[in-house]
Design a protein around this ligand. Structure first.
Ligand code: PXP
Length: 237
């Protein structure tokens, strides 16, 4: 069964709405762990719109499961990642005007920067995952860069319906096979909910699913621990 990575950025988004001290993502991480999270995921964005440097420092000390830091290939953030040494770093694209990460990282177009970032993080002892669309050229480039894992962007699957969704699922399944053949770990995430997660969780050798919005949205209604436990049960397939 895949590991569940709980992305707690939205907790920090609510705090930053008032630039106050609550709700604290450190508390949310502890509750997510109590609910069975295997991984705590945060994205330290260059504009610091939600997670702050202080959050990352404290989470590094307090999270007892795996800590996964999402980051763009930006010098300052890479330096912070190498100093903080989370267990895992996931390289993602980042655009200031986006509401959330909109597509996979284009590692073919940005090969030199991504290659350098992968090496720098690995030299610091960090396991490196690349957030990619389910595309053969992207996956092959990731393998050439010796990435440790690929996180497949599941946004197109999550946004599609009916036969289109089945087609998107087939793309994820084929991409997953390729990632495993190239000896990289298989992760997936974006737009996953209790309703659409199971077919993705069933993809062969799925190692980690990263889920944020849906878990935090449900946590507002039913509590963090329960929302995480509910998702854990859904992915136990
Ligand atoms: N994986 C990556 C790399 C992401 O950037 C995000 C969004 O921050 C997620 C997973 C989680 O997406 P969602 O919030 O839609 O569950």
């Amino acid at each position: 069964m895949p590991e569940l990575g709980v992305n707690i950025d939205h907790i920090a988004t609510v705090r930053q709405a008032r630039k106050t001290y609550e709700p604290d993502p450190v508390w949310a991480a502890a509750l997510a762990e109590l609910g069975g999270a295997d991984v705590i995921t945060v994205h330290l964005r260059e504009d610091r719109r939600h997670i702050q440097d202080r959050d990352l420092r404290l989470l590094r000390e307090t999270v007892t499961v795996k800590l996964n830091l999402e980051l763009a290939c930006v010098g300052e953030i890479l330096d912070i990642a190498c100093q903080t040494k989370p267990h895992q770093a996931t390289l993602v694209p980042e655009r200031r005007e986006e509401v959330t990460t909109e597509g996979g990282l284009d590692v073919v177009k940005h090969r030199p920067e991504v290659q350098q970032a992968v090496r720098k993080l690995q030299d610091a002892g960090v396991f490196v995952s690349l957030f990619l669309d389910p595309d053969d050229d992207q996956i092959e480039a990731a393998a050439q860069m010796e990435a440790d894992a690929v996180e497949l962007h599941t946004g197109s699957y999550a946004n599609a319906q009916g036969a289109d969704q089945q087609q998107e699922l087939q793309k994820l399944i084929r991409a997953g096979e390729k990632i495993r053949q190239l000896n990289m770990q298989l992760h997936a995430g974006h737009g996953l909910t209790v309703r659409n997660v199971q077919p993705v969780a069933r993809i062969a050798d799925m190692h980690e699913l990263n889920i944020g919005h849906s878990i935090i949205a449900r946590a507002l209604m039913i509590g963090m621990e329960r929302a995480v436990r509910e998702m854990k049960e859904r992915i136990s397939v």
